[in-house]
Design a protein around this ligand. Structure first.
Ligand SMILES: Nc1ncnc2c1ncn2[C@@H]1O[C@H](COP(=O)(O)OP(=O)(O)OP(=O)(O)O)[C@@H](O)[C@H]1O
Length: 661
């Protein structure tokens, strides 16, 4: 490998970079324009304890570079070399050592702040190293550090739940990563959507954490305030995917000044962005700005081949800030002694501010419970332990999902009342044959559509969180499946058992303990298979609106093969096989055989046709080819098959294909 290009302010000898990259190029195919290069010959490195910001105008390639270094880039072709701790990255290990805070805070709205952080700690901190009490202490520490303690019991919120503010949400997302023992912390636009003071707070706290843990921290940031820029140790400035500057943040202004671009803006970030942005307002402005960017790119490439930058007499951001009346202050000669005052804090007692107070708290507690960044891959906890943590979390989510719980409850009550009273106290005359058939078919329908569709919706709405957790290797996919499925069982089964039992007595199905329990077994397996179907649909179909069309339509199609709307033994031979993979058919066939078996019916002279026994009804509907016990087993097998399809889909089809170097 070629030697790494020189970097401004490169750390000599003592520390070795945590992450280094060399000659990174990234190409994508574009429609009509062939291959487009997004990143051009990027090289650089990050050291322990550094807070590094990637800045540039919109479309400069910040997120692409961040994702490349984080192992989260999809599509296109990537060339070059990336090293973690001096060696090639091992995808499985690297993703567990990297803490990635996404731009969108993908969190479960129904969980409280503390529950969210606790779940992260329980899942990601190894049980072999931390007891549950240690994990709780870690969570409390991180909540104090991120100023979340006062809202520990507040739900995150969203989708109709009143919750925490945007800034607090962002801090929860950061906290979820910091309760673990990451080697690198990466944040994608942590300030997006936040007001300036929340954004400054997030960056200030991130810096404190990075320094306290000696944690290498990398973030993209669009247009930070002067106060935020002053927090960064190092800047990576990108223009059109090319590097314009990489080096100490407090030397950037001086660097550009030496190139002939003195600062013209009180906010260094605005000055950098103006320098690097192509001005499309006129063709003259465009060629001028393009020439400037080219000059900057060329100059930096040359500089890296051996240029020097004059030592700064004083910190350039500090002077920029003081000359323009900004509020960044330095308490010493280097940036690690930086302290910031926000506008409101300036009005308080002189010499103290909430950030520095916070820093003191941080210093005290950092030594208590938060370890320095390590470079060991945390072992996964046991499968059983993962299932328990996920089950507790998923159960809380289920039980707090009021629309889901009340929806299931409401539909069971309505079905019970309507079905029970439409088919009230069935007799044994000929009219009761039709009513029994109707009651049993509607029971099958009630155990499928109303189970599958809401369940699928809930699973799909949690897919963002699943993807985030999966990308950081939080748990095994099998643990997720088992826990998620089990979390639905208590609510769905208890309500459906009540519904079936109520209907059984109100409609007066055959009063026989054996038949009652066989009916209960059929309800159990059809509900199980419907839940499996919901999982399969939620994992195979990526868009909610499409799933809401495909699921009812496919279920309605299967319903045609149940043996009620068409005679089960007289379906067109080409399509007849479908009934053998149809939960409706097995459930309906099982119910009909169970209920009609042993029944005798009366005939009156006015009856046009007459079934004198239940057996003749079963035969007339063609539902006697699979014995009851086998219908139960086959529905169970179908249910397991649906779960297997869902697992396969999430494991292999929906698996994000990240590019690794
Ligand atoms: N897979 C892709 N296919 C096509 N173009 C892509 C792809 N990935 C990135 N780009 C393009 O590369 C450029 C850089 O994108 P990137 O998201 O990294 O920019 P950014 O600096 O983060 O911008 P912003 O601040 O607006 O988020 C953009 O023009 C984007 O459209």
């Amino acid at each position: 490998m070629a030697t790494q290009p020189k970097e401004i302010g490169e750390k000599a000898g003592s520390a070795s970079p945590v992450l280094s990259w060399d000659n990174l190029n990234y190409d994508v195919k574009t429609k009509g324009h062939g291959v487009r290069r997004i990143l051009h010959d990027l090289s650089g490195s990050i050291y322990p304890g550094e807070l590094v910001a990637i800045m540039g105008s919109s479309g400069a390639g910040k997120t692409t570079l961040l994702n490349t270094l984080s192992g989260r880039l999809q599509g296109g072709r990537l060339y070059g070399d990336i090293k973690f701790n001096g060696a090639k990255r091992v995808p499985h290990d690297f993703k567990r050592m990297l803490a990635y805070v996404e731009q969108d805070d993908l969190l479960h709205g129904a969980l409280t702040v503390e529950e969210t952080l606790m779940a992260s700690a329980r899942l990601r901190l190894p049980n072999s190293k931390y007891t549950d009490a240690d994990k709780r202490e870690r969570v409390e520490t991180v909540m104090r550090q991120l100023r979340l303690s006062h809202i520990a019991d507040t739900p995150i919120g969203g989708q109709g739940i009143r919750g925490v503010s945007g800034g607090e949400r962002k801090r929860v997302s950061i906290g979820m990563e910091l309760v673990t023992d990451p080697s690198i912390l990466v944040l994608d636009e942590p300030s997006s959507g936040l007001d300036s003071s929340s954004a400054e707070m997030v960056v200030a706290l991130t810096k404190e954490m990075a320094h306290a843990r000696n944690l290498c921290t990398l973030m993209t940031i669009h247009q930070p305030s002067a106060e935020m820029v002053a927090q960064f140790d190092k800047l990576i400035l990108l223009a059109q995917g090319k590097m314009v500057y990489m080096g100490p943040a407090d030397q950037a202004l001086r660097y550009f000044e030496q190139l002939g671009y003195p600062s013209t803006n009180s906010n260094p970030a605005n000055f950098f962005i103006d320098l690097m942005t192509i001005d499309f307002s006129s063709s003259a402005a465009m060629s001028e700005s393009e020439a400037r960017v080219q000059h900057l790119v060329g100059a930096f490439a040359e500089f890296r081949q051996g240029g020097v930058i004059e030592a700064l007499p004083s910190n350039s951001f500090a002077s920029a800030a003081t000359t323009t009346g900004g509020n960044v202050e330095y308490s010493g000669n280097n940036s690690t002694n930086l302290s910031i005052k926000t506008g409101s804090e300036k009005t308080g007692a002189s010499g103290s501010n909430s950030y520095s107070d916070h820093s003191n708290v941080l210093k005290d507690i950092t030594h208590e419970a938060v370890a320095l960044a390590t470079y060991e891959v945390p072992p996964l906890n046991s499968w059983f332990s993962e299932v328990l943590v996920l089950l507790k979390r998923d159960w809380d989510l289920c039980i707090r999902n009021r629309p889901l719980v009340y929806g299931f409850l409401g539909q069971c009550l309505v079905m019970l009342l309507f079905q029970g009273f439409v088919f009230f106290q069935l007799k044994t005359n000929q009219a009761s044959v039709q009513n029994r058939i109707g009651a049993l078919f509607s029971l099958v329908v009630q155990c499928t559509f109303p189970v599958a569709i809401p369940t699928m919706t809930v699973i799909m709405s949690g897919r963002g969180v699943l993807l985030r957790e999966r990308s950081s290797g939080t748990y095994r996919m099998s643990s997720y499946f088992v826990a998620r499925a089990l979390s639905f069982f208590p609510i769905v089964y208890s309500l459906y058992y009540v519904m079936y039992t109520g209907m059984y007595f109100i409609a007066h199905l055959q009063y026989d303990a054996g038949k009652y329990f066989i009916g209960l077994a059929i309800v159990s397996v059809v509900v199980f298979a419907s839940l499996g179907y919901a999982f399969a649909m939620a994992m195979i179909v990526s868009r909610m609106e499409v799933a809401h069309i495909i699921t009812p339509v496919s279920l309605a199609t299967f319903m045609l093969f149940a043996g009620n709307m068409s005679n089960a033994s007289a379906i067109t031979p080409v399509l007849r096989w479908i009934k053998y993979v149809c939960i409706f058919y097995y459930a309906y066939s099982g119910f009909v055989q169970n209920e009609f078996g042993g029944l005798e019916f009366t005939c009156s002279p006015s009856d046009v046709s007459c079934y004198d026994t239940g057996k003749s009804v079963i035969e007339a509907y063609g539902l006697n080819s699979v014995p009851i016990w086998l219908t139960i087993i086959l529905n169970l097998v179908l249910g397991i098959g649906f779960y297997a399809i869902a697992y396969g889909a999430v494991r292999w089809i929906a698996k994000p294909r990240y590019l690794w170097l």
